[in-house]
Design a protein around this ligand. Structure first.
Ligand SMILES: NC(=O)c1ccc[n+]([C@@H]2O[C@H](COP(=O)([O-])OP(=O)(O)OC[C@H]3O[C@@H](n4cnc5c(N)ncnc54)[C@H](OP(=O)(O)O)[C@@H]3O)[C@@H](O)[C@H]2O)c1
Length: 311
């Protein structure tokens, strides 16, 4: 299979039609923006009754065509996929979404003769992780088994952790006590990419007919020690490292938290976030070199320092 990007000059003169599922989500809206900026025609799927939301308005303002669709309705999904050159999924959810809904979307894409499919992966490298080490990654591998059997060209975008999480949700850089918290080794390289850069790369990949099965990118590969230096440099105050324990301790904390606060119906309960951290800090979900950052040379990757500098 060819893996070199196709020059925009060789693309058909008609703007390619991209079918975007999960377009109303945080990442989906950004992908829609970058697809439009790159000249694509975007057909955005919205759930029934969701055509009047702020997100739907934003998609319309960007020039996307909105299609209300019931994801249980395979015929309607197939109709929506008709004419697309690529289906991009930015759906988020548990097994019913990542496996079941994406499977219906995949079947519709195949039935409509769409040549390419980008699943909602956008994550660390889950391909080599042991089963059970991360619930949400298990769903992605389950869907991957179906995707790899389907007669369609699939491309997964793997980008590590959304760098934006370092400014809030991920309890790693703590501005209050000025600590960088970690388990295991402070020298383990970790992959980070902003949501905007992930969306821009995904849009470029959606418009590139010659993508391989996996594209791996990282805005920055940084260790815990690098994060300490970045946070200190940007705040002009010294951050210290706080080693909370070994990776075995973190694994134990995951078990206990999962027992005490199962929150099975939440996509990101606290123990799920801890599973992501364990996968990254153990190096098991590290993106292998070489990365594909240079594939679309117009993309300039945001660094951790640049992200932290934004108020
Ligand atoms: N690497 C990382 O650090 C990282 C971090 C966060 C997310 N991600 C990944 O990025 C991707 C997008 O996440 P996000 O944060 O953009 O999610 P989000 O903001 O929650 O958006 C989810 C999208 O999926 C749609 N959706 C949810 N349940 C659905 C269902 N049952 N049927 C049909 N549509 C449904 C939502 O539609 P409505 O608007 O109608 O609800 C919305 O468009 C996911 O794969 C997620 O795991 C990666």
């Amino acid at each position: 299979m060819a893996t070199e990007p196709t020059s925009p000059d060789t693309l058909a003169s008609e703007p390619p039609l991209i079918l975007l599922a999960g377009a109303t989500g945080a990442l989906g809206l950004l992908i829609a923006h970058h697809l439009r900026r790159r000249g694509a025609t975007v057909r955005a799927l919205v759930r029934p009754g969701k055509s009047n939301t702020a997100e739907a308005d934003s998609l319309r303002l960007q020039g996307c065509e909105l299609v209300e669709v019931d994801y249980q309705d395979t015929a309607a999904l197939t109709q929506a996929c008709t004419g697309a050159t690529c289906v991009v999924s930015a759906l988020s959810g548990l097994r019913d979404v990542i496996v079941d809904t994406q499977t219906r979307l995949l079947e519709a894409a195949v039935a409509a003769g769409v040549p390419r499919f980008i699943p909602s992966d956008y994550s660390a490298d889950f391909t080599r992780l042991p089963e059970g080490s991360n619930r949400n990654f298990d769903f992605r591998r389950e869907f991957r088994r179906r995707l790899d059997k389907a007669p369609i060209q699939a491309t997964s975008i793997l980008n590590g952790m959304f760098m934006d999480l370092l400014k809030g949700q991920a309890p790693i850089i703590l501005p209050g006590p000025r600590r960088v918290v970690y388990w295991g080794s402070a020298d383990q390289p970790l992959d980070f990419t902003t949501m905007v850069d992930t969306a821009d790369f995904t849009a470029a990949a959606a418009l590139d007919p010659s993508t391989p099965r996996y594209l791996r990118v990282a805005g920055e590969v940084a260790t815990i020690r690098d994060l300490q230096a970045d946070a200190s440099a940007i705040s002009k105050q010294k951050y210290k490292l706080l080693r909370a324990g070994s990776l075995g301790v973190l694994a134990g904390m995951i078990k206990v938290t999962r027992f005490l606060v199962p929150a099975k119906d939440e996509v990101f309960p606290p123990w799920q976030g801890m599973q992501y951290l364990h996968n990254m800090l153990s190096g098991q979900a590290k993106l292998p070199e070489p990365l594909d950052n240079a594939r679309y040379p117009d993309i300039r990757w945001t660094t951790v320092q640049e992200l932290l500098a934004v108020k």
